[in-house]
Design a protein around this ligand. Sequence first.
Ligand code: SF4
Length: 701
Amino acid sequence: KQDAVQKEKVYDTQCPYCSMQCKMQLIEQTVISRKIHKTIGKDNPTSEGRLCIKGINAHQHALHRDRLKEPLMKIDGTFVPVSWNKALEVIKEKFTALQQTEGNNALSVYGSASITNEEAYLLGKFARVALGTKYIDYNGRLCMGAAATAANQTFGMDRGFSMTLDEIPKTRCIILAGTNIAECQPTIMPYFERAKENGAYIIAIDPRETATTNFADLHLKNKPGSDVALANGLLKILIDEKLLDEDFLAARTNGFEELKEQMESIDLDEVAELTGVSKEQIYQTAIVFGKETTGMIFTARGIEQQLDGTAAVRSFINLLLATGKIGKAYSGYGAVTGQGNGQGAREHGQKTDQLPGYRSIENQEHREHISKLWGIDEKDLPRKGVSAYEMFEKIEEGEIQAMFIMCSNPIISNPNANFVKKALKKLDFLVVADLFLSDTAKLADIVLPATSYLEDAGTMTNVEGRVMLREASYPIVGNAKHDWQIICEIANALGKEKYFNYQSVEEIFEELRLTSKGGKSDYYGITYERLRKEKGVLWPCPSPTEPSTLRLFEQSFAHPDGKAKMAFFSNHGEVKKPKTSRKYPLLLTTGRVMSHYLTGEQTRKSPSLAAHNVEAFMEVHPETAKQYGIKKNTLVKVESKFGWIVVRSKWSDSIRKDTVFVPFHWTESQNVNRLVSNQLDPYCKMPGFKVSAVNITPSKE
Ligand code: SF4
């Protein structure tokens, strides 16, 4: 009862989950000596006060009793609490000993797209300056890698959206390629709803029926892994029907003539067969999209987490360029990022091939620029290492012998998950910083308790490329520390105080601003003061007096000649994709459910979220289920060349008969990533999460 409320405190913060980064408030009421919590939305220019089920319940994991409160050290196979001093002393001893006997590259760092920009920046600097290793990469490689590479290759820069959310309601045609926005980023949906109310035609491409495909005007229910072929078919029709913007192509792009020549080899009957989509539907999509004066294409993990994910995204961007639907009002491209800081975490040097400001670690000029700012000799700056999954192969080969993992759970999120677990067990020394004793943390020698979104302030860059300041003032749980403090304390223990002497997170942001200055992701004009006043600023923002860059590419693209690069990709891809066979006759695709996030480590701790989906499941068409003897709601063994899992069957006629679906938020024998192959996209090193070949049998367990 309100009368019984003795005290009420309100904490401003931002949702820790998806890339929408909805602003919210935690209300803490003291009622008869007990604390009661609830989360409500806070008005702001993007989420407009909305929250989805995950945001409303986010405090449940942050305030969970299982939060780590002290550093833990494994002694004789058992974790015992130790002081920070002891943990740092052991880390220093082990890291230093390995550096002396095996060299700096025996150490490695595995980062995250859920940490703040400041922490992502600092982690990149930590690997290169404190450890001196080339081995650093992060979990965003498994998430947004294909979209980032495709945008860099095509446009010359990678900001997820070329326009803002505000433009969506006024566009005339929208293609949603492999993105289930209604369930993954629910608070974006009202922008699409307004577009539909205003008469926009919406086409969704997905092998499954979802809340998003049900909302669309047309659903292309294509076979998993056939997205390049589908985009090629659409472009072929645009060319044949003369629905091109010839002026735009001539003035603003390179490569179209070669692409057009290659398009002569595209046969629409073959496209229909490869995609499983009727020629009529492919025509309808191309004609509507081509004829409308404005249009947008959004891609997400559905087409990106493929062995030809980069090719698929570039092929869809070809459609925008061919029809001149980018760089003008109510048109553009949007990569719908998944993780909370999916955009920002890929800009500041956490990727193995990258330095702050989206600079290249292999570019001499960039190397000299950043080394000077960091106060180190350019020759001491390591070169490029390998991608996230490939680091586990380096462990297996014996080259990497120690790893520091921050805010990530790679034994669940990586493909070929059984192998990754085996590799991590082989490490000489593993340190994990996290909120909970995750499956990965359980394998560690030292576990460091980190603060949550309620306690850890800093900036996050949302799905559009809007930098937002997350205020966070909730009291720290136990002896946990902020991720940036953990990085600094390890660096300082290693004798690198000179480079990691920060008193506040804002100080780190000030350094990030300077190092990003002049780079492609230029944050120099953004300050905390501005972020508070303007409620977010879209980069690039090269000067404190310049406004947000709302729309990109109005005059030119970011390649030196100012033009976008179009390219042709074969329907069949450069890497051999998993194919069905007599032994593995079905296709498996993976994805999210609305109430869970990533490996589920946080959302499974929230009773309100866990209640929606307590276990993994396999969605299967009833006819397929009958064919394989799978009864409703029974345990089924799903097996690929790489492993097996046991999950509950869920009959659904919303999925293709040749495909089954399993979400990826569960662990151990319910972890679907055990089934995913070790192959990678040659351009961005993205694993092929969305297509595996599997067999299904009733489980005897
Ligand atoms: Fe907003 Fe995404 Fe959080 Fe939902 S999960 S409240 S859409 S940030």
